[in-house]
Design a protein around this ligand. Structure first.
Ligand code: HMG
Ligand code: MG
Length: 298
């Protein structure tokens, strides 16, 4: 069966904007986050405390975070290491996310470490965050396919998920970074994870929509008991360190499907569409979301 309620983890301000060619002014980012909160999103990933040379689009994290930290929503931020955690904690962040990969190639490309080296970096980061009472999400990228390695064996995903859980991550997010997964693969991975002691209630799903499969994959995950779904307003997104990654599942497309299914999200779709239309104007190109295009015509 399907869940009665789904929590949407909004990633547009982070996953979306990290991949924009143009640098978006900090005040526009803050306005974007405020509007997302107004539209009813309760978990809004705000930015990343990564190396500013690696992701110049988010180099203003120190300026942005204080502009939004008073909002009555959860504002997770990405931290790749101790330095990132220091920066986030110094600004009062209460939710952080570390980000691992199921493949060696992407660990190297994204974090400049082998997979095991990256896990060794995360362990003390997670421990310290938990000691400070901070909620920790653990991303696992390339759960289905990898641009360098091709199809990713599910046991590699299981290993990384278990390592992140053993470190103390409160929740995990399964990333289809390049958007190649199909629903059968999603079902198979979730079944294997459940067998291996990683139940659906600690999992979120994070689908990029490269091949138009994100919504179908989400439906398969919902049928499997997953209730946390990552999405980005207007379908913004991608990863600068993974060629062929495009935007995430659009939050509007997700809300349209969920509300049709009678699943509660607490989101005002009209306000959300208006926000994405406003952001698309700032970015100078139309939103790729079908729902934004359909409802945004005035
Ligand atoms: P590195 O070059 O190996 O860094 O990069 P290092 O540890 O050798 O340190 C070198 C210098 O960087 C040092 O300075 C550090 O202090 C500094 P120095 O002593 O030479 O003056 N430094 C930092 N400065 C500020 N903030 C920091 C930081 N860390 C080190 N946090 C590093 C390693 C991890 C830093 C780099 O690879 C990095 O920042 N990577 C981030 C890449 C990224 O953000 N990718 C996108 C997010 S992941 C994603 O999009 C996927 C996801 O959406 C899920 C999915 O779709 O699958 C989550
Ligand atoms: Mg992503």
């Amino acid at each position: 069966g399907l869940p009665a309620r789904v929590r949407i983890h909004e990633v547009g301000a982070r996953d979306g904007l990290q991949n924009e060619k143009a640098t978006v002014p900090t005040a526009v980012k803050a306005e974007f986050v405020r509007r997302l909160a107004d539209a009813g999103l309760t978990t809004i990933e705000a930015t990343s405390f990564v190396h500013p040379k690696w992701v110049p689009q988010l180099a203003d994290a120190e300026e942005l975070f204080p502009l939004v930290s008073g909002l009555p929503v959860a504002l997770p931020v990405l931290v790749p290491n101790q330095r990132g955690l220091d920066r986030a904690l110094a600004l009062g962040a209460r939710r952080v996310a570390v980000f691992a990969s199921a493949t060696e190639s992407f660990a190297k490309a994204n974090l400049n470490r082998t997979l095991d080296e990256s896990l060794a970096v995360f362990a003390p980061v997670v421990r310290r965050a938990k000691d400070e009472g901070v909620h920790v999400r653990g991303y696992v990228s390339m759960c289905f396919g990898d641009p360098w390695e091709g199809p990713v064996p599910a046991h590699q995903v299981v290993r990384v998920c278990r390592a992140l859980r053993d470190m103390g991550c409160d929740e995990l997010s399964l990333g289809d970074t390049i958007g190649v997964a199909t629903p059968g693969q999603v079902r198979a991975l979730l079944s294997l994870l459940a067998e291996e002691g990683v139940p659906a209630d600690v999992l979120g799903v994070h689908f990029h929509d490269t091949y138009g499969q994100a919504l179908a994959n989400t439906y398969a995950a919902l049928e499997h008991g997953v209730t946390t779904v990552d999405a980005s307003a207007g379908g913004l997104g991608g990863c600068p360190y993974a060629k062929s990654a495009t935007g995430n599942l659009a939050t509007e497309d997700l809300v349209w499907m969920l509300s049709g299914l009678g699943i509660d999200t607490g989101i005002d779709l009209g306000r959300l569409v208006a926000t994405s239309a406003w952001m698309a104007e700032r970015l100078g190109r139309p939103s790729p979301s079908r729902t934004v295009r359909a409802l945004g015509k005035t």
